[in-house]
Design a protein around this ligand. Sequence first.
Ligand SMILES: Nc1ccn([C@@H]2O[C@H](COP(=O)(O)OP(=O)(O)OP(=O)(O)O)[C@@H](O)[C@H]2O)c(=O)n1
Ligand SMILES: C[C@](O)(CO)[C@H](O)COP(=O)(O)O
Length: 221
Amino acid sequence: MKYYAVIVAGGSGNRMQTETPKQFLLLKNLPVLMHTLKAFAQSDYQPLIILVLNKNQKPYWLRLCDEFNFRIPHTIVDGGSERFHSVKNAIDLLTGDGVVAVHDAVRPLISTKLIDNSFKQALEKGNVIAAVQSTDSVRMLSENKTSALKRNEIYLVQTPQTFTLDVLKKAYQQDFSSYFTDDASVVELAGYDINIVEGERNNIKITHPIDLELAELLMKN
Ligand SMILES: Nc1ccn([C@@H]2O[C@H](COP(=O)(O)OP(=O)(O)OP(=O)(O)O)[C@@H](O)[C@H]2O)c(=O)n1
Ligand SMILES: C[C@](O)(CO)[C@H](O)COP(=O)(O)O
């Protein structure tokens, strides 16, 4: 059985509003993306790391690797126009029996414990995604009216999202839909039930400027 980590870093970070895409910004003096790759490199499952980058940002990344003497082995794949296309570009290259963890590059606080648990459970159950329950009350907006939802039925979904390779490949044969905000939504529409593993409150997605400040505070020295 082969283990893969597909780290998607092909976005442009519009909501972050920085000139340098957020995956390359410094967090505790190391680019965000390097923290993420380090967590996967420390996994007991020793996954083959596939890094998805916007083609134009590859030279910049290679310069950063030199500058930071970053030596973790990884294969670089070109990104696509949406996260969906970036993931698809990576899994199109993979063959055979495998388990694939797809993870946002911009979730650098992921623990190796959660990565290992995700690989273990995906091997047993076919898939598993990290998620936490909402601590806030939640409401849904529909036709200009809001209504309360049952909070104990709401999960906030994170990455890694981990699947057997055959299932992931089959699901990603579907045409892109704006409904696909993560890998689980793609796999679910292909007809599979999705399993949840307890995620981590620290496993934030750096999306807005405040998230980088939070990550600095949350990251252990
Ligand atoms: N075409 C894309 C779009 C996103 N991603 C990656 O998917 C992850 C989650 O996406 P998001 O937080 O939305 O990143 P951006 O698309 O860069 O941000 P924004 O939506 O604010 O532009 C990020 O690691 C991002 O680099 C990707 O690989 N390819
Ligand atoms: C995949 C994801 O991180 C799960 O919460 C999220 O859906 C990505 O959304 P984004 O808008 O691409 O940041």
